[in-house]
Every structure is written in structure tokens, then in C-alpha cells.
Design a binder for this molecule. Structure first.
Ligand SMILES: NC(=O)C1=CN([C@@H]2O[C@H](COP(=O)(O)OP(=O)(O)OC[C@H]3O[C@@H](n4cnc5c(N)ncnc54)[C@H](O)[C@@H]3O)[C@@H](O)[C@H]2O)C=CC1
Ligand SMILES: O=C(O)C(=O)[C@H](O)COP(=O)(O)O
Length: 369
């Protein structure tokens, strides 16, 4: 069997080699010529799996180490008999931890507390549910919007997008990017939505750039309808809008889902998909694990104030990627390919927590000693 894999999928090299010939390519090298004799492709969101790439190839399976699959032309794949798979939920916790870290960063900067603020979550799937878990545990009120779920499960527990615009202090988007159908999300955060914002909203996009309309966002920010922007996803990545970058409170190069844990989950899922599809056994899958954190113990006595918040930011601080991107916006994709993947809370043990601190930190996912 022959596998062609993106050479920036972490923890993959050497794992499938016992059962397949594996060729590693950069995203640019994903050309019809280079993939034509592959049985399976292991891809990331930067590898566009289009008709142009796939037509005439012998590819039978495309497996993406990502949650999103808007880079795969699924209509063409279905037509051509190519099975495609994403990695549902692989980095959902990572995105939720990014959102909480971003909110804490801004709250500390403004001298405000998040407790008691209302966050509106648009799209309550794998990621949205994790965001809800963390924000509720941290003491925030949650409004949930998910029309496809409301339609199948009933309206209870869900509100309209209009209610979110009017009542939420913070709005965070966690939908897939879809361009057609009743629930299409392209430019969901456009003129209409931004026009309805009532509360000098903090706006977060960590799903896909095109769910917001850049011009509408810029206008809402200038008019004060949006007071804080946390942007991980941008229209036209990697060529991002520089004015929006300058206006964002936190700006990162699409790394919200880039925890080491999430990356390992994505890689493992791809390998499991290959096992199932080709009826093979990849013995080394168990070796796909994230490395231990450099400092696995977080001592709260190290911090003079805001000890819980400082512990959270010690595990992941979005300002590191933010500063790098602002200094070199042209290196958007380079930062993503050369990112130092942080571990999630579960990899850290907290010491010297008071009983109250321990309860909250444990609820967020940290270990306590
Ligand atoms: N920045 C990053 O690094 C990452 C970004 N993502 C993005 O986040 C997206 C969501 O991920 P998951 O939660 O795992 O997906 P999911 O499929 O588990 O959940 C998406 C939810 O959005 C809902 N939805 C669909 N259309 C909607 C609409 N018009 N309005 C409101 N809700 C709508 C769906 O019903 C579903 O419950 C992914 O498709 C991906 O594009 C995911 C991981 C990392
Ligand atoms: O999982 C997704 O969906 C994402 O957006 C990923 O975090 C993007 O990961 P890469 O495709 O850049 O590896």
C-alpha cells in the first residue's frame, strides 16, 4: 500500500512504515503527479483535496488530521468513489482552552472579571460543548445557538442568533464553514449580525475565517459595537487583512486547535481510519502520544495574584503567537508549520492550591496534588 502524507502532520513519521510505503510531501507538493499512485492521503486543512488534484489518481481514502473538512471537495469524492474522513473532536479541548485563555488575557488587561458575564456560543458541537464546559465552570453564563441541533432535539436550551447578538457580552463561533443549505455559515457574522450587537461585544472566531465578513467586523469594531476581537481564523488565510490584525486584541495564526494532545488525536484517528479501511493493523499506533510538558508541575505559590488565571496562562498563553504574528504577518503559515504545540490542562499538576482553587482547577481539567 502507498500512503502520501503531509510532512507537517505531527508524530506520524515511522508509524505506518511497517505496513505501507509512505511518501511525505509539503502542501505545495500535493500535485496530481505526486499523488496519483497513492492509495491513501493523510492531509491537513492546508491540503486542498479538489477534483483537479484527485482526478485520474488511484486514491481510495482521504483522511484528514483535522476536525474541519472544508478543504475536501466531498461532492467530487462521493462522485469518484473516494472515501473521506475527518477527525471529529480531535482538538476540541484545545480550542476551548484557547478561548478561555484569550478571555482571561483580555479580562486581566481590562481589569475586569469574567464571572457573571454572558457568553453566546454559536455552534454547540464538539468544540462548542467544551467551551460551554470551561466557561460554565469558570462562572460565566452561557447562551447556546445551534439551529440544526434545535431542529432535531427541540428548541429547549437553544436561543436565536439575534438573542445572542442582543444579550451576550461575548460571542464565540464554533460552526463548520458551509456555503450552501439552510444553515450555511459563510458570513454568518456579517452586516446583519454585527448591526444587532448591543453590548460592546467581545467577538471570537476560532472556527473558519469566512464565517465572518471582514468589512462588517471592521465597521463594527470602529463603531464600538465590538470592543474586543479575538481572532484565530481569518478570511483569505494566509493573506490576512492587516487592518483587522491591528484592531484585534488577540490575533493568532489559526493555532487554537494546535495542542500537542489534539495533534496526536488527529494523527491517531488518521491511522485508525487506514486500519479500518484497508483491513490492516498498525502496531505502532500506541506510540502516537504527545510529549510531556517541559514544566509539568505548576506551583500556585509562584504567583502573587490571579493565581488561577496565571496557572491557566502558564499552560498556554495566546500572546506568544499573537506577538509573533504581529511582527511578521507574512509568516502566517510558517508559524503554523513551526509551532511549539502546548499540552492541555490534563498534563499539568497543580500544587499549593487552596481547597477553593483546587475545586475550580480540577473542574477545568488540571490535576491537583
Ligand atoms: N481554529 C482551529 O484550530 C480549529 C477550528 N475548528 C473549526 O471548528 C468547527 C467546529 O468544530 P466542531 O465543534 O468539532 O464541529 P461539530 O460538527 O462537532 O459541531 C459543529 C456544530 O455547529 C452547528 N452548526 C452548523 N451550522 C450552524 C449554524 N448555521 N448556526 C449555528 N450552529 C450551526 C452544528 O449543528 C454542530 O452542532 C470545525 O468545522 C472547524 O472548522 C476546529 C478545530 C480547530
Ligand atoms: O481541526 C481543524 O479543523 C483545524 O482548524 C485545525 O486546527 C487546523 O489544523 P491544520 O490543518 O493546520 O493542521
Amino acid at each position: 500500500m502507498k500512503i502520501v502524507a503531509d510532512n507537517t502532520v505531527p508524530y506520524l513519521k515511522g508509524i505506518a512504515e511497517p505496513i505501507a510505503e509512505v511518501k511525505y510531501l509539503t502542501s505545495k507538493e500535493f500535485t496530481p503527479e505526486n499523488i496519483k499512485d497513492a492509495d491513501a492521503l493523510i492531509v491537513r486543512s492546508i491540503d486542498k483535496c479538489t477534483r483537479e488534484l484527485l482526478e485520474g489518481s488511484r486514491v481510495k481514502l482521504i483522511t484528514s488530521a483535522t476536525i474541519g473538512f472544508d478543504h475536501i471537495d466531498i461532492r467530487y469524492c462521493d462522485e469518484a468513489g473516494i472515501t473521506w474522513k475527518n477527525s471529529p473532536g480531535c482538538n476540541a479541548v484545545s480550542v476551548a482552552q484557547y478561548v478561555l485563555a484569550g478571555l482571561i488575557t483580555i479580562a486581566l488587561r481590562k481589569g475586569e472579571t469574567l464571572q457573571g458575564k454572558t457568553i453566546g456560543i454559536v455552534g454547540v458541537g464538539h468544540v462548542g460543548k467544551e467551551v460551554e464546559k470551561l466557561c460554565s465552570a469558570y462562572g460565566m453564563n452561557v447562551l447556546r445557538n445551534d439551529p440544526p441541533r434545535a431542529e432535531t432535539e427541540g428548541e429547549d436550551g437553544f436561543v436565536s442568533l439575534e438573542t445572542i447578538a442582543e444579550q451576550a457580552d461575548i460571542v464565540t463561533f464554533h460552526t463548520p464553514l458551509t456555503k450552501e443549505g439552510r444553515f450555511a455559515t459563510r458570513h454568518l457574522a456579517g452586516e446583519d449580525f454585527c448591526g444587532k450587537l448591543q453590548r460592546k461585544t467581545w467577538f471570537i472566531n476560532t472556527c473558519r475565517g469566512a464565517i465572518h465578513d471582514t468589512e462588517a467586523l471592521l465597521r463594527a469594531r470602529k463603531e464600538g459595537k465590538i470592543s474586543e476581537l479575538i481572532l484565530d481564523c481569518w478570511e483569505n488565510e494566509p493573506d490576512i487583512n492587516r487592518e483587522l490584525l491591528a484592531m484585534a486584541a488577540i490575533a493568532t495564526p489559526h493555532i487554537a486547535g494546535f495542542s500537542a494532545d489534539g495533534k496526536a488525536n488527529g494523527t491517531r484517528t488518521c491511522l485508525e481510519n487506514i486500519e479500518k479501511f484497508f483491513h490492516v493493523k498498525i502496531d505502532k499506533i500506541g506510540e502516537v502520544v504527545p510529549p510531556a510538558p517541559e514544566t509539568p508541575v505548576i506551583d500556585l505559590d509562584r504567583f502573587t495574584g490571579n493565581r488561577i488565571e496565571q496557572a491557566i496562562l502558564a499552560s498556554f498563553n495566546p500572546l506568544v503567537a499573537d506577538r509573533a504574528l504581529r511582527e511578521n504577518p507574512d509568516r502566517f503559515e510558517w508559524f503554523r508549520a513551526n509551532y511549539h504545540h502546548p499540552r492541555e490542562y490534563q498534563a499539568y499538576t497543580i500544587v499549593h492550591a487552596t481547597p477553593e482553587e483546587a475545586v475550580l482547577l480540577q473542574r477545568l481539567g488540571f490535576r491537583i496534588r
